[in-house]
Design a protein around this ligand. Structure first.
Ligand SMILES: CC(C)(COP(=O)(O)OP(=O)(O)OC[C@H]1O[C@@H](n2cnc3c(N)ncnc32)[C@H](O)[C@@H]1OP(=O)(O)O)[C@@H](O)C(=O)NCCC(=O)NCCS
Length: 175
């Protein structure tokens, strides 16, 4: 049997139609309308480095994507980066790809943050807001965002969302 290779890499412009198809398939925001999903995702893609997308490929097929957003400036002493959206295509869900995508992309955004911010006091804060009832997502988030639940809100109608956080030490040399 051919070996299956799993890769996480930064999203390129050419990937937008493919990740838009996944978005339109798994999220309500632009459900069944990949053109509209692509319009939205192109805006975010073009806002790099404010927003940073990554894809996960399984044997050269894009199986999912993740988007991270930097909040409040690039030189914050306590940087905050939000996992804004993760989508794994329906045919690839439940195979452990989400956790790999979260873990590997965290390393990349943290690396970017450290290389571009010389004012970090002590930690980089990674946050995610998730619908409390999205158990599949919660399973993945709770394993990675190990500070646990740090906030609650109702932003989209009446659906409760909770915020989980992960605090990564980022000590810089004395300056
Ligand atoms: C939530 C999501 C990112 C998780 O990624 P994933 O690659 O499926 O993650 P895992 O394979 O580790 O699965 C996590 C859990 O959800 C379950 N699960 C995931 N997809 C499932 C599906 N389609 N049907 C039933 N269970 C599913 C898994 O069985 C696993 O639970 P278990 O370990 O108890 O068996 C992915 O399922 C997804 O894209 N869902 C739709 C979009 C979404 O909700 N995104 C998150 C909000 S931004």
């Amino acid at each position: 049997m051919a070996e299956v290779s799993v890769t996480v890499r930064r999203t390129e412009k050419k990937d937008l139609p493919e990740i838009a198809k996944i978005n339109a398939n798994v999220f309500a925001g632009d459900r069944d309308n990949p053109e509209s999903a692509e319009k939205w995702m192109r805006c975010l893609f073009n806002s790099f480095p404010l927003y940073q997308y990554f894809v996960i490929e399984v044997s050269d097929t894009i199986a999912g994507y993740i988007g991270w957003q930097f909040h409040g400036g690039f030189l914050r002493p306590a940087p905050v980066i939000e996992l804004e959206q993760i989508g794994i295509s329906k045919g690839h869900q439940g195979q452990g790809l989400g956790p790999i995508l979260v873990e590997k992309s965290i390393k990349e955004v943290v690396k970017w943050c450290r290389e571009n911010n010389n004012r970090i006091e002590s930690h980089i804060y990674l946050v995610v807001w998730s619908y409390a009832h999205n158990f599949n997502a919660m399973k993945v988030y709770f394993e990675q965002f190990n500070e646990g639940m740090m906030g609650m809100r109702r932003q989209h109608g009446d659906r409760a969302e909770i915020m989980l956080r992960l605090k990564i030490p980022a000590l810089l040399p004395i300056r």
